[in-house]
Design a protein around this ligand. Structure first.
Ligand code: CAA
Length: 445
């Protein structure tokens, strides 16, 4: 066995698009540059009226199973990670299994199903669960289906509204995978925080500025913890660093912090010192404030260096290309970043087999996790099979009035009857409510 990791991946975006610069910015009375340059986002994906977290998850999983020639008997576990669940008891994975059973002859009655919750990091935690299940030898030769699915909506006029998004990422976790294997080493940074939460409410309560700082603080802890397990980190050891991407501007901050952190006391810090001096050390300052100010100044200069710019262009920028067009997918976001980075490598003819990725996940509340992955020889075929560009291009573009309607359609507290904007074709769709308040689905051929 070469290891355990991701054998296949499928991405499913919501079928509607809101252009942030052309449509959202003028309606909000904001400069488009706030979104495109500041946050680094061009557009958000939204679900059409017949789409939700179940349809996006089931449609991604179905395409994955078809492409890999799988039937339900090959799957021993279905885990769904989401922070958009509509039921506190019945897991989304049961709905997804129900959908898939409509199109396959056999069923998932002997598969273990569950739902993982820890904000956006739950997708990565579900991959962990699958890894542990396989490594424990409890999988009976079967693979795990892990699906991260979310409709990341904020209340209207919340500052987070610009970062919304909707989509699902389905991943098959198996022995001897075609895409990446996971390291055994992991680093965690975890603390009880109230930066972003949904206490029995659909739209989050967010302390936006604080959430950015909490992300950075927990990420630094996770990097330290990972280095303590895996040995000193060096930027040359990792071809790419996919981060959880609530918006690319967040990753711009996290990447600068991460780079500064891992080059400390290395040849890279020495080489940079000729240009911008050595990194400030706390013992050189009378107060913490003075130290933080000096660090901020150093970081600004660091990000202006050619060396940092080249690293960022190779290791970070490629991972952001899909997020820029679809927004935040919460649990799916870091998995979109990994796929985007590999997709760019494929387009540029960069050979990735054998290369290491440093994968940095984050969930509010709050926890960061860092582990490494080794890209496998089958990566090229897997990434070539993605049709995410077509899906992104085919989205229906909403006017601002239509956006307001679709936000209401997906708001659990409003009753809005809106005609669908696109026509379903060969996919699972939401089909109304059952007698116990359950959601119903059907496959449209
Ligand atoms: N041209 C260029 N840049 C501009 C600009 C213009 N015209 N106008 C503003 N900007 C820049 C600002 O300088 C700022 O950049 P810096 O942070 O680098 O200074 C950036 O655009 C955003 O502007 P604001 O800070 O003024 O934006 P805001 O306060 O309205 O909203 C936010 C920002 C608080 C992050 C908000 O989007 C939010 O609440 N988002 C949801 C929470 C979130 O995503 N937090 C991230 C960490 S938590 C996490 O990762 C979990 C998760 O998925 C939610």
């Amino acid at each position: 066995m070469t290891g355990v990791g991701i054998d296949a991946i499928e991405i499913r975006t919501g079928k509607l698009k809101l252009d942030l610069a052309e449509t959202f910015a003028p309606a909000q009375g904001e400069d488009p540059g706030k979104y495109t340059k500041g946050l680094g986002l061009h557009a958000s994906s939204f679900p059409d009226v017949y789409e939700d977290i179940v349809t996006m998850a089931a449609n991604a999983a179905h395409r994955l199973m078809e492409r890999k020639g799988l039937t339900p008997d090959d799957i021993g576990r279905i885990d769904v990670a989401t922070e958009s669940a509509f039921d506190n008891s019945k897991p989304v994975s049961t709905y997804v299994a129900g959908c898939l059973e409509e199109v396959y002859d056999d069923d998932f009655h002997h598969a273990n199903k569950g739902e993982r919750k820890f904000a956006c990091i739950a997708g990565t935690q579900s991959l962990d669960d699958a890894f542990n299940w396989i490594r424990a030898g409890r999988n009976r030769g079967r693979a795990a289906l892990v699906i991260a699915t979310d409709t990341a909506l904020y209340a209207r006029d919340d500052p987070g509204e610009a970062t919304q998004g909707a989509g699902a990422v389905a991943m098959l976790v198996d022995e001897d995978p075609d895409l990446v294997t996971f390291s055994t080493e992991q680093g965690f940074g975890s603390a009880d925080e109230t930066d972003f939460l949904k206490p029995n409410q659909q739209f989050p309560s967010v302390d936006g500025k604080r959430s950015v700082n909490v992300y950075l603080a927990r990420m630094r802890e996770a990097l330290d913890d990972f280095a303590a397990q895996a040995g000193d980190l060096h930027p040359d050891d990792y071809a790419m660093v996919p981060f959880h991407t609530p918006f690319p501007g967040m990753v711009r901050k996290a990447a600068a912090l991460g780079y500064r952190h891992i080059v400390r006391d290395t040849d890279v810090e020495l080489a940079l010192a000729e240009e911008i001096g050595r990194q400030p050390r706390p013992e050189e300052f009378k107060t913490r404030e003075q130290y933080f100010d000096a660090m901020e100044e150093y970081t600004d200069e660091l990000t202006e260096t050619e060396r940092y710019g080249d690293w960022y262009a190779d290791s970070i920028e490629p991972t952001l290309s899909i997020a820029r067009e679809v927004g935040n997918w919460y649990t799916g976001s870091v998995h979109v970043a990994r796929a985007a980075g590999l997709k760019r490598s494929l387009e540029e003819g960069r050979e990735m087999a054998g290369e290491q990725l440093l994968v940095a996940s984050y969930g509010s509340g709050a926890q960061a996790e860092v582990h490494s992955e080794t890209v496998q020889p089958g990566w090229r075929e897997e990434i070539e099979a993605l049709n995410v560009d077509e899906q992104i291009d085919d989205r229906y573009e909403l006017s601002f009035e239509e956006y307001e309607q679709i936000h209401d359609v997906h708001n659990h507290d409003t009753e809005t009857d809106v005609e669908e904007f696109t026509a379903p074709d060969g996919e699972f769709v939401f089909d109304g409510w059952g007698r116990m308040g359950e959601r119903k689905y059907r496959y449209v051929r």
